[in-house]
Design a binder for this molecule. Structure first.
Ligand SMILES: *[C@@H]1O[C@H](CO)[C@@H](O)[C@H](O)[C@H]1NC(C)=O
Ligand SMILES: *[C@@H]1O[C@H](CO)[C@@H](O)[C@H](O)[C@H]1NC(C)=O
Length: 523
C-alpha cells in the first residue's frame, strides 16, 4: 500500500513538472541564431486579398470578383476591388518587408491579370509587366520571391464554361497558366508553389459552400447547387492532377535550365482528442488523414490514403497508372499552412451533428472547446486558437509521414480578437501577436531540433487585407492598414520582427513605448 501511495505521489510530481515544463517552454525567448543562416523569414499574401486594381490594365473577371459583388457573401459586403491597393503601392510594401529584415516574400499571381479568359483568350502583357516589377524589386532588396501560381482566384470564364475545378478540363487550363509563369518569371523565381490549400478549397467551396462557387448540400449548408458528399472528391482530384501535370512540365521543360524547385501548399491543423477515449484518439488520426494526407499522400506516394479508399470505395476518383507515375514524387518540398489546434471527437461510436457522422468529414467532429474551456486563447477567427505546441506536433507529423523532405511553413499568423476593440492605437500595440509569433517560432525550433529539415517561416500576413469572407475587419497583418486612406502603419509585431531579424524599421510612432518593447523582446 505504502509503495503504491509513494508511486502515486511520484507520478503526480512527474506530471505536474511536465505541465510546468510545457508552460516554461511556451514562454521561452527566440533569437535569429536559433535558425540556420540561410533560413528564410518572410511574409505571405495573395493577389485577390491585397492587389485591388480589379479592372485595371486588362485584368479579367475572377470568380472572387463575381462572388464578392453579391451583397452578403462577404462581411460588410467588402470586396477586393481596391483592397490594399497593392497594385499601385507595391514599392512601399516591398520597402516595409525590407525594413523588417525579411529575406523572402510569398505572393500569388492573379490568373486573370495574365490570362483574362484562361486559355480561351490572349495573354495580357500588362499583367506580366506588373509581376516583373514585383519580382525585380524584391530581388534588388535581397528578398527571395516564393510564387504561388494559384491562390483561390481563377477566371470566371472557366467557371462559366465548364464549372472550373469540377471538370478535368481545368487541369489543362492550369498547366497552360503555369507554363506561362515558368516561361516569363522562372529565370528569377526559384521557389514555386503550384496551388494554395486544395483542402481549404474543397472545404469552403464544396462542403460548406461559403467560398465560390458556393456549392453544398445539407446538413453542411443551404446552397442552390452542389453535393457536399461527392463534389469535394472530384475537385481535389482535378487540383492534384493539375498540380502534378504542371510539375511535370516544369521538370521536363524548365527546371534544368532555371534551377528552381516546386511544391504545393496544404493547410494542416493539429488535433488533440476531446477525451482520452481510444475512439477520440483514432479520430485525431483520421482528422489528419482526411484533411492533410488526402492532399500529400498522392503527391508523395502516388495514391490516396488507404483509409479514404476503404471508406469511399468507387466514389473516390482513382489515378491511372500513367497518372500515378506523374503524381508520385511531384514535389521538391512540403509547404504547410498552420494556424490552430482543435479537439477531435469520434462520430462512429457516439452521435454528432453538423455532418460529423459523414465520410467526407472522416466520421468526426472538431471543436475548440472542452467543457466550455477553450484549447488556447481565442483569436479573431472563431475556430483558431493560440496553441503553440501544435506547430511542433504538425512538423513532427509531417516529418514522420513524409520523411526527409524539406519543409516550409508558408503561413502562420494571428488575427486580433474583436474584444480587443477597434481603436487604432490598440490594434497597433499588438503584444498578443508578438507573443504568438515568438511562441510559435520557439515551437518550430523544437521541431527542428527533433530532426525536421525546416527551411523557412512565412507570417500571414504582411499587412491587414481582405480576409476572404471575413472582410477587412479580421486583421492578420504585421502592418496596420487604414482602409479609408490606405495608409500603412507598422504594428509592434513588425518592430519585433525587425529587431529579431536585424531590420532597420524606424520607431516612428508613439505606441512604441520602449519598455513594452524591451519587455517583449527579452522576457
Ligand atoms: C438550412 O435552412 C434550413 C431552413 O431554413 C435551416 O433550418 C437550417 O438550419 C439551414 N442549415 C444550414 C446549415 O444553414
Ligand atoms: C501596449 O499593451 C500592453 C499590454 O499588452 C500595455 O502594457 C502597454 O502599456 C501598451 N502600450 C501602449 C503604448 O499603449
Amino acid at each position: 500500500m505504502a509503495i503504491i501511495k509513494t508511486l502515486q505521489f511520484l507520478l503526480i510530481l512527474f506530471l505536474s513538472s511536465q505541465s510546468f515544463a510545457q508552460n516554461e517552454e511556451d514562454d521561452e525567448g527566440i533569437k535569429r541564431s536559433d535558425f540556420p543562416n540561410h533560413f528564410f523569414f518572410g511574409t505571405s499574401t495573395s493577389s485577390y486579398q491585397i492587389e485591388g486594381g480589379y479592372v485595371e490594365d486588362g485584368r479579367g473577371t475572377s470568380n472572387w470578383d463575381v462572388f464578392s459583388h453579391i451583397p452578403g457573401n462577404i462581411k460588410n459586403s467588402d470586396t477586393g476591388d481596391v483592397a490594399d491597393d497593392h497594385y499601385h503601392r507595391f514599392m512601399e510594401d516591398i520597402e516595409m518587408m525590407s525594413s523588417m529584415g525579411m529575406n523572402a516574400y510569398r505572393f500569388s499571381i492573379s490568373w486573370t491579370r495574365i490570362l483574362p479568359k484562361g486559355r480561351f483568350g490572349k495573354v495580357n502583357r500588362r499583367g506580366i509587366v506588373f509581376y516583373n516589377k514585383i519580382i525585380d524589386n524584391l530581388l534588388l532588396k535581397g528578398i527571395e520571391p516564393f510564387v504561388t501560381i494559384h491562390h483561390h482566384d481563377l477566371p470566371d470564364e472557366l467557371d462559366k464554361r465548364y464549372g472550373s475545378w469540377m471538370s478535368s478540363h481545368m487541369q489543362e487550363d492550369f498547366v497552360y497558366f503555369a507554363k506561362i509563369c515558368f516561361k516569363e518569371f522562372g529565370d528569377r523565381v526559384k521557389h514555386w508553389i503550384t496551388i494554395n490549400e486544395p483542402n481549404l478549397v474543397t472545404l469552403m467551396g464544396y462542403i460548406k459552400g461559403v467560398y465560390p462557387p458556393a456549392h453544398c448540400s445539407p446538413p453542411f449548408g443551404n446552397c442552390s447547387v452542389g453535393n457536399s458528399d461527392i463534389e469535394p472528391l472530384i475537385v481535389m482530384h482535378n487540383m492534384l492532377l493539375a498540380h502534378a501535370k504542371a510539375v511535370f512540365i516544369y521538370r521536363t521543360q524548365f527546371q534544368k535550365k532555371q534551377g528552381g524547385s516546386i511544391g504545393l501548399v496544404a493547410y494542416c491543423h493539429m488535433y488533440e482528442p476531446l477525451t482520452n477515449n481510444e475512439f477520440d484518439l483514432q479520430a485525431v488520426d483520421r482528422a489528419l488523414i482526411f484533411s492533410f494526407a488526402w492532399v500529400y499522400d498522392p503527391i508523395v506516394y502516388g495514391d490516396y490514403p488507404k483509409e479514404m479508399r476503404e471508406v469511399f470505395g468507387s466514389q473516390l476518383p482513382s489515378f491511372s497508372n500513367t497518372e500515378k507515375n506523374i503524381i508520385k514524387g511531384s514535389l521538391d518540398y512540403i509547404c504547410v499552412n498552420h494556424y490552430t489546434t482543435l479537439y477531435a471527437k469520434d462520430c462512429l461510436h457516439s452521435p454528432c451533428s453538423n455532418g460529423g457522422d459523414r465520410p467526407i468529414k472522416g466520421f468526426l467532429d472538431t471543436m475548440g472547446y472542452r467543457n466550455s474551456v477553450s484549447i488556447g486563447d481565442p483569436t479573431g477567427m472563431d475556430r483558431f486558437f493560440v496553441v503553440p505546441r501544435g506547430l511542433e506536433k504538425t512538423i513532427n507529423y509531417i516529418n514522420q509521414r513524409y520523411p526527409n523532405k524539406p519543409i516550409f511553413v508558408t503561413e502562420n499568423g494571428y488575427s486580433t480578437p474583436p474584444s480587443d476593440g477597434n481603436k487604432v492605437e490598440d490594434i497597433i500595440n499588438d503584444t498578443k501577436r508578438v507573443n504568438f509569433h515568438r511562441n510559435y517560432l520557439a515551437s518550430l525550433v523544437r521541431a527542428m531540433r527533433n530532426g525536421a529539415d525546416v527551411r523557412g517561416y512565412f507570417v500571414w500576413s504582411l499587412m491587414d487585407n481582405l480576409e476572404w469572407i471575413h472582410g477587412f475587419n479580421t486583421r492578420f497583418g504585421l502592418v496596420y492598414v487604414d482602409f479609408q486612406t490606405l495608409e500603412r502603419r507598422p504594428k509592434l509585431s513588425a518592430h519585433w520582427f525587425a529587431s529579431l531579424l536585424g531590420g532597420n524599421l524606424q520607431h516612428s510612432s508613439s505606441i512604441l513605448n520602449k519598455n513594452t518593447f524591451d519587455h517583449l523582446m527579452y522576457d
